[in-house]
Design a protein around this ligand. Structure first.
Ligand code: ADP
Ligand code: ZN
Ligand code: ZN
Length: 729
């Protein structure tokens, strides 16, 4: 056993560190490869991360690595380094951090067999023998032979058109070694751009700045109002990077990665292999796309947050569209921010990264205005469309009908008469958020969460939007027997019903998570909206983002006020950006847009800023508030979350954790444990403990020690996790 190398393996188990195995015959070339190892009584897949000549463990006790799997080329050193950074920064074990980035089919013990395009060709023996073997009457076989004789290599896709008889013959010939199968060469990418618009002066200035510095690390904030042509700037910057033979990674929020966006990229670069990586793909597609990127066979990867870990050997530019979007932060396991990891990756590769948004996050905006990032502004709409006029309707002074003010109804009426589209936006799906008994005050609550059940009238169900609990709507109040229990408040379904009664001739299209569950639902919505087959769209947040509906001239916003006075200090930032985004849907084409916001607080500075389209003013005011109050981005935070069957258990654990932090004599501020804002979720009580410091490095150093101490507690009744840079507190 002397001189046998020791392989240090990352495993997808919730334990820190790597695991040592004897690895005879393994060399440095195998680092980054997928391997199979025995682990306890199980067999696990792992990734070989290091080779060593010694181990801390007794060599005699080490087990031997079982196999190296051939299905994945070794993860390159930059990806391993990126995973190490994430593990360290987000205080997550290295093994699970590496596994987070792998497609599901490459996390398993079984080998992934990739269906790469393949073809068949005649062997030397076949070329001589077959003409004498095939009878002239065997039509299919003759056709097959002719094809093989005239082409170097016949693609399987082409052979498939000959039917099963041909396939049978082919397999028979293969047994005789008259034909052989081989992988087809990947077509060399051809960079040709289809027609593109001439940029306006601001777009041109942004493009010139970016492509002038394609060599070297730079974070660009492309701050452009909705419809200002940011995507166009991305596309032309991407073209410049592709021109240099580089690959490009484009990250977008889940909801924005529509077939339309992919289409727009494919149309612009028709000769280039472009793949997407998102949750709508099946496991095989994901693994295939991922491997193709890793081999360098694709030019552009368009993906959601997980795509940030895709190996790309010639990566030359990263784009993060809608960088402020909350979906870039993963809320379980490795709680990373894909935007931040992307910035780290750009620095690591010494390449530029473009963060684009109409409403940048405050931390990005802060960096851009304090010259850590470079700011590029687009403050005109690309096609000269004007920004919509935004007005508030004071609901304290309006006689609402079904929650709708008369001004709003007449604005809708007007659009219907003119044949224009309207969007009515309400951030709650379902029929009504509460089922209520007027006699005794009972309200339907989820048994497992501290939340109300939402009424879904069409399906006659009550549903919990937090844990998914689902039950029939009761006929009577379970507390007092009252038969007259009523849905209270408004959701998309109720709004749809109310509008249908009010405007019986209007074609109403509801767009929320319930109506878009089917795979091709979005395609249909797009078709209807673009073909003018819908007059009024009723939708949730989903509709706020990135979509381009040229005939939409009116946007109405209901029930936005809850974001004004929330306990989460980020709620107003989110509300502001959401309002700007929905407002941005109006008047993108030739039509002038109008936005109506129903509110009880029309004088609130947030609404005032939205009306003036004044992102800068509002962002600066919010940043000043954050600076004064000592909130991020002026301080760095980590949140220790705990959940247990009883709140007391979770809180007790957090008090011990706080004590451990004091014992470490940490210079960080340690808050008192508090119940989470949604205290009960899916039957678990949840509490949290906040720690913070104004130096990232100090907080980081503390977290490492603290985590070691917490793990040593070996707590069994409480599930806990650490969230670095939490976005939901
Ligand atoms: P954003 O990403 O900022 O919302 P887009 O890039 O989608 O904006 O552009 C909005 C619309 O304006 C699109 O229909 C796009 O094709 C068009 N557009 C963008 N740039 C130009 C330009 N320079 N000239 C004409 N039309 C443009
Ligand atoms: Zn009752
Ligand atoms: Zn629930």
């Amino acid at each position: 056993m002397k001189n046998t190398p020791i392989a240090r393996i990352a495993l997808d188990v919730p334990l820190p560190g790597l695991f040592d195995y004897l690895a005879p015959g393994i060399t440095a070339a195998d680092i980054g490869c997928r391997v199979v190892v025995p682990f306890g009584r199980r067999t696990l897949a792992g990734v070989l991360v290091e080779l060593a000549s010694t181990s801390e463990h007794d060599l005699a006790a080490l087990k031997q690595l079982s196999a190296v799997l051939p299905d994945m080329p070794a993860l390159p050193p930059d990806i391993l380094a990126l995973c190490r950074f994430c593990a360290r920064y987000y205080q997550h074990p290295l093994g699970p951090s590496i596994f987070t980035g792998l497609p599901v089919l490459l996390r398993r013990v079984s080998e992934f067999v990739e269906a790469r395009p393949a073809g068949w060709q005649l062997t030397e023996a076949g070329r001589e023998a077959l003409p004498f073997q095939v009878s002239r009457r065997a039509k299919v076989q003759m056709a097959l032979l002719a094809l093989l004789q005239t082409q170097q290599c016949v693609a399987e896709s082409e052979l498939a058109t000959l039917g099963t008889a041909a396939r049978k013959a082919l397999l028979g010939w293969a047994q005789q070694q008259w034909v052989e199968r081989r992988l087809l060469d990947v077509a060399a990418p051809v960079l040709c751009e289809s027609v593109k618009p001439a940029l306006n002066a601001q777009q041109q200035a942004a493009l010139t700045a970016i492509v002038g510095q394609l060599q070297g690390f730079n974070v660009w904030l492309l701050h452009g109002i909705t419809g200002s042509g940011k995507t166009e700037v991305y596309l032309q910057s991407i073209a410049a990077a592709l021109q240099q033979g580089r690959q490009v990674l484009v990250l977008v929020p889940e909801i924005n990665l529509t077939p339309q966006l992919i289409q727009r990229f494919r149309q612009r670069f028709p000769g280039l292999p472009i793949v997407s990586l998102h949750s709508g793909l099946n496991d095989t597609e994901r693994a295939t796309h991922w491997l193709a990127s890793q081999r360098g066979d694709v030019s552009i990867v368009l993906g959601t947050r997980l795509a940030v870990f895709t190996p790309m050997p010639r990566l030359g530019l990263i784009v993060v569209d809608e960088e402020h979007d909350g979906s870039f932060k993963q809320q379980d396991g490795l709680r990373y921010s894909a935007r931040d990891v992307a910035i780290y990756r750009a620095r690591q590769q010494q390449i530029p990264i473009i963060l684009g948004s109409a409403t940048p996050s405050l931390e990005t905006y802060h960096h851009a205005t304090s010259s850590r990032y470079r700011l590029l502004k687009l403050d005109q709409r690309a096609n000269d469309a004007a920004l919509p006029q935004v007005r508030c309707i004071d609901t304290r002074r309006a006689a609402l009908v079904d929650g709708l003010a008369p001004q709003l109804l007449s604005a809708l009426e007007q659009r219907l008469q003119r044949g224009e589209q309207s969007l009515v936006f309400i951030n709650r799906r379902g029929y009504a958020p509460v089922l209520f008994c007027g006699d005794c005050g009972w309200a339907a609550a989820c048994q497992r969460c501290s939340a109300r059940m939402v009424v879904h009238l069409r399906e006659r169900r009550l549903r919990c939007h937090h844990c998914g609990a689902d039950e029939a709507i009761p006929i009577a109040c379970p507390d007092c027997g009252n038969l007259d229990i009523k849905p209270l408040g408004q959701g998309t379904q109720r709004l749809e019903t109310a509008l249908a009664e009010r405007f019986p001739d209007a074609r109403i299209l509801r767009i929320d998570r319930d109506s878009t569950r089917r795979k091709d639902a979005w395609d249909e919505i797009y078709r209807k909206v673009h073909n003018g087959e819908a007059d009024i769209l009723v939708g949730t947040q989903m509709l706020a983002k990135g979509h381009d509906f040229p005939d939409l001239s009116l946007v109405c916003v209901l029930n936005a006020d809850s974001g004004l006075y929330s306990s989460d200090y980020r709620a107003s930032e989110r509300l502001f950006s959401m309002l700007v985004q929905v407002a941005g849907r109006a008047g993108r084409g030739q039509l002038a847009g109008e936005v109506l916001i129903q509110t009880q607080f029309p004088e609130h500075p947030l609404y005032q800023s939205v009306m003036r389209h004044d992102f800068d003013g509002y962002a600066q005011a919010l940043l000043q508030e954050r600076r004064d109050a000592g909130f991020p981005p002026f301080i760095y935070q980590a949140l220790l979350r705990a959940e247990a069957p009883m709140l007391a258990q979770a809180e007790q654990f957090l008090r011990r954790a706080a004590q451990l932090a004091f014992d470490l004599a940490a210079p960080v501020s340690i808050f008192d444990p508090v119940a989470a804002s949604l205290q009960r979720l899916a039957g678990k009580e949840r509490a949290q403990l906040l720690v913070q410091h104004h130096h990232r490095g100090v907080l980081q150093a503390f977290l490492g020690h603290w985590l070691d101490a917490l793990r040593a507690l070996n707590e069994r009744n409480v599930r806990w996790s650490l969230d670095v840079d939490p976005t939901e507190v």
